[in-house]
Design a protein around this ligand. Structure first.
Ligand code: ATP
Ligand code: MG
Length: 547
């Protein structure tokens, strides 16, 4: 791709901070909540967080935001780490929000001592009511005037598990009349009697995100805390917490637009539902917009990074055409994937004038320009693609095989169709051809040209396989809503692949000539029963949006 010369707005901020001396070394963090698998939206955040640290010679922490005990699972933690590593990034430190529970508790106690936090006994409904609206100021809770001593005692008792869930919260004492609702005495601690995956039953009070996040950033010396636009209104609260409860160098928060992609949905909660309802085969179903899904599908980390680079970082929200990602995958595979022949829907072809029992080895190039080659057996009995044959030539632009017509078999001979055999239902079961022995590819005197060239495989040596072909998981209706696409997966049985497949790395992404890019499915494929996923087709339909 072309060199990017202009800086994005975060790079401008960082350059300014390095110049002014606010920061000497860029430290960022990627803070996933371990409540699901990462999706392509996270890939964007990862490329921003890790990418900027890399670019500026700084570092990025991986921090699991595990402050909500009920939804989290170690399965997700392992999956998240695997995905980040697959994308090619390395974290400096692996941190957990729960590492800071004691520290955050102490910061909260400090706030109480300084008269900046209080225990509130209002019910959640009352609290909503007291909160006011965008046009009306809130009202102060009757418990707001509790003394620090009273609050310290109550908070201690909250911590000791004396009160049921939801009966009390600790609130920051800020401003019930603030035009920003987040500043109207937000809750910073709540009571949850639940087992935490790392701290067990040590705690029954848990910090709220808006309190925990800035403190974690401050504790880790994060210089640029990058998040998505929905946190823009939370920034004043972030700064308030840093100012009144933080220690060390104050971190700064900056927001950028979420990635939205056409024909798919990116929300862990929604994707989890697809998994739980059995709509897909799992988080790594090749149709899923998860990192594990696209990995199994055969996308490359290089293509995903290229995609993130191209979509860039901005504040304006927009929906990116999923075909741009496919375009990046195709460009990468076009340069790197070895070429092979596979017949997806085979029909038998017999060369009547070719010697019985003879096999020739034809030379085939692996990757154009690479100089690497392999051999393909060729004999009297072959398969070609059913759709490459018509009984009659439909029009002058048709150059594939038809009765009486000639084509070249790629890397082999020119053949002519002489006759066909049909079964009782009129379906073609065999195509009978003759070949021109002087037309072998690469031989002197083989310069006779025919317009059509077809791929083929030798019947005796062909390796049978299954192929899965995918379409978008969602279609978009007239209202712009996303509906589940009932035809997002198609499976072809009886595919025939040239025997070279036996010599290739099972994880190799390949181009099946004229068909697209394919990879063996990492879950379903085995040496005895090959199963391929179609990664992406050959034709590029991506059009950049008009500027
Ligand atoms: P989801 O709604 O899918 O659960 P989330 O925002 O709750 O996503 P987190 O685990 O909290 O997910 O996110 C970790 C980081 O990834 C956050 O900084 C978040 O802003 C970022 N992120 C999540 N989704 C996107 C997206 N679509 N585009 C860009 N960044 C995203
Ligand atoms: Mg979340």
């Amino acid at each position: 791709m072309e060199e990017k010369t202009s800086r994005n707005f975060i790079e401008e901020i960082i350059d300014g901070d390095l110049e002014s001396g606010r920061t000497q070394r860029v430290v960022t963090r990627f803070p996933p909540e371990p409540n699901g698998y990462l999706h392509l939206g996270h890939a964007k955040a990862i490329s921003v967080d890790f990418g900027l640290a890399e670019k500026y010679g700084g570092s990025c922490n991986l921090r699991f935001d595990d402050t909500n005990p009920v939804k989290e699972d170690t399965e997700y933690i392992d999956a998240i780490k695997r995905d980040i590593e697959w994308l090619g990034y390395r974290w400096e430190r692996e941190c957990y929000g729960s590492d800071y529970f004691q520290y955050m508790y102490e910061r909260a106690v400090d706030l109480i001592r300084n008269g900046l936090a209080y225990v509130d006994d209002l019910t959640p409904e009352q609290m909503r009511e007291y909160r006011g609206t965008l046009t009306e100021p809130g009202r102060e809770s009757p418990y707001r005037s509790r003394t620090p001593e009273e609050n310290l005692e109550l908070f201690e008792r909250m911590k000791n598990g004396e009160f049921p869930d939801g009966s009390r919260v600790l609130r920051a004492k800020i401003d019930m009349a603030s035009p920003n609702l987040n500043m109207r005495d937000p809750a910073i601690y709540r009571i949850v009697h639940a087992e935490h995956h790392r701290t067990g039953s040590d705690w029954v009070i848990y910090p709220m995100y808006d309190f925990a996040h800035p403190l974690e950033d401050a504790a880790e010396g994060i210089t640029h805390s990058l998040c998505t636009m929905e946190f823009e209104d939370h920034r004043p609260l972030y700064d308030w917490v840093v100012e009144h409860a933080g220690v060390g160098q104050p971190p700064h928060q900056y927001e950028f637009a979420r990635l939205n992609l056409s024909n798919t949905v990116m929300s862990k909660r929604y994707l989890k539902k697809l998994v739980d309802d059995g709509v897909v085969e799992g988080w790594d179903d090749p149709r899923m917009p998860t990192i594990s899904g696209i990995r199994r599908r055969g996308y490359t980390p290089e293509a995903v990074r290229d995609f993130c680079e191209r979509i860039g970082v901005a504040k304006a929200v927009s929906e990116v055409d999923i075909r741009l990602l496919e375009h990046c995958v195709r460009s990468d595979l076009n340069e790197h994937a070895d070429r092979l022949m596979a017949v997806l829907d085979p029909v038998k072809l017999t060369i009547t004038n070719y010697p019985d029992g003879q096999t020739e080895m034809m030379e085939a190039e692996n990757l154009p320009g690479s100089g690497r080659t392999h051999e393909m057996p060729f004999s009297k009995h072959l398969y070609i693609e059913r759709e490459d044959f018509r009984e009659e030539r439909p029009n002058k632009k048709y150059f594939r095989l038809y009765k009486g017509g000639e084509v070249r078999l790629k890397n082999a001979y020119i053949i002519k169709c002489e006759d066909i055999i049909k079964d009782a239902d009129g379906r073609i079961t065999e195509i009978l051809c003759t070949y021109d022995p002087d037309s072998k590819s690469g031989m002197p005197g083989a310069d006779r040209k025919v317009k059509g060239t077809l791929h083929w495989v030798d019947q005796e040596h062909a390796v049978p396989a299954r192929v899965r072909i995918y379409d978008a998981l969602f279609t978009e209706n007239e209202l712009g809503e996303k509906d589940l696409n009932p035809e997002s997966k198609r499976e072809l049985n009886g595919v025939m692949v040239e025997p070279e497949i036996r010599h290739l790395d099972p994880g190799a992404r390949l181009q099946f000539m004229r068909q697209g890019y394919f990879v063996q499915d990492s879950v379903l494929s085995s040496p005895d029963s090959l199963v391929f996923n179609k990664v992406v087709g050959l034709k590029d339909s991506y059009k950049p949006p008009a500027a």
